[in-house]
Design a protein around this ligand. Structure first.
Ligand code: UDP
Length: 328
């Protein structure tokens, strides 16, 4: 049985779906603070425990009830802006929650974990594309919490032999290709869903943050990795750990950058709509360029991202259209 914490959230739910599609036994652990019960209900075949990592009894109960062979750990708050305003909430949830999970794992002799980390651990890039050895100097509490958990995992390896694979995500995009699940954040802060919401909701305008960056068209460059490719890497990371692989860290990105304007144009093409937009000042804390060097994941995990930005936007649009129909 694989335990997926945060399995009711955007990326976690895609992982649960992929594990189920691969015939694996899965139990979801989620407190539904940002994840959704409706998402869990769609993941037929997975077990579900509603609980909070901040409460050690909740997570210990899962290990007492189920025979957990490995954990994929997504449960975390992930909004950069909010983390700046409410650091206690982020450290308590992301760091203390992860400590309780790791402690419960060790107590129940479960020593393999795939951890959802982030490119935010690198902070403002010194060079690009960014490889895993790039200096780590996060510039917001969100990135700090993820880096702290990575460091705690190192200490747990030394003390207890815990093996971890930390996957540092760049910009995750898209949805399930069959339209079963997709991105659902409240509030939504991410680029692609915000552009698509402006395409579908009359009267809504897309706000483009900054067109005076030192990039080819003045807008920020990001590395958009399709959620299905991202999840492929999680399954490969599990396989790697379960076949004796040691603690490791991998960037997950495509190694290709797209500007905000290029993403916006892709959205216009996919939706076939004119999308109202306004140029706004830069958003605080946005580096000009973030692109992954993904060589290590390709070489060691044998990972091969194959979906294009167009694929991600198409699946996201399919999901967004269903979503508006469901929530009318
Ligand atoms: N962005 C934007 N308007 C939005 C949301 C995002 O212009 O409504 C820009 C943002 O400034 C950044 C890029 O799109 O340059 C990607 O932002 P997102 O929040 O999706 O991901 P992040 O890079 O912050 O992880």
């Amino acid at each position: 049985m694989i335990l997926v914490t945060g399995g009711a959230g955007y990326i976690g739910s895609h992982c649960v779906q992929a594990l189920l599609d691969a015939g694996r036994d899965v139990v979801i652990f989620d407190n539904l603070s940002t994840g959704h019960r409706e998402t869990v209900e769609k993941l037929a075949g997975a077990g579900f425990v509603e609980g909070d990592l901040k409460n050690p009894a909740d997570i210990n109960g899962v290990f007492e009830k189920f025979d957990i062979e490995a954990v994929v750990h997504f449960a975390a708050f992930s909004q950069v802006g909010e983390s700046v305003k409410e650091p206690y909430k982020y450290f308590q949830n992301n760091v203390c929650g992860s400590m309780n999970l790791l402690e419960a794992m060790v107590k129940h002799d479960c020593k393999k974990i795939v951890f959802s980390s982030t490119a935010a651990v690198y902070g403002e890039p010194d060079y690009t594309p960014i490889d895993e050895n790039h200096p780590k100097h996060p510039i917001n509490p969100y990135g700090e919490t993820k880096l702290t958990v990575e460091m705690i995992m190192d200490d747990f390896e030394k003390a207890y032999g815990l093996k971890s694979v930390r996957l540092r995500y760049f910009n995750v995009a898209g949805a399930d290709a069959q339209g079963r699940i997709g991105e659902w954040h409240e509030p939504e802060t991410h680029l692609i869903p915000n552009v698509l919401k402006a395409a579908i909701n009359p009267g809504k305008t897309f706000n483009l943050f900054g067109d005076d960056y030192p990039t080819k068209d003045g807008t920020c460059v990001r590395d958009y990795i399709d959620v299905n490719d991202l999840i492929d890497a999680h399954l490969l990371a599990l396989k790697y750990l379960q076949s004796g692989g040691g603690t490791n860290v991998f960037n997950l990105g495509t190694q290709t950058g797209s500007t905000v304007k290029e993403v916006f144009e892709t959205c216009k093409k996919v939706t076939g709509k004119e999308i109202p937009y306004e140029i706004q000042p830069r958003r605080e804390g946005d580096p000009a360029i973030l692109v992954a060097d993904n060589k290590k994941a390709r070489e060691i995990l044998d990972w091969q991202p194959s979906r294009t930005l167009n694929d991600s936007v198409k699946n996201a649009w399919n999901w967004e259209c269903q979503f508006i129909n469901l929530n009318k």
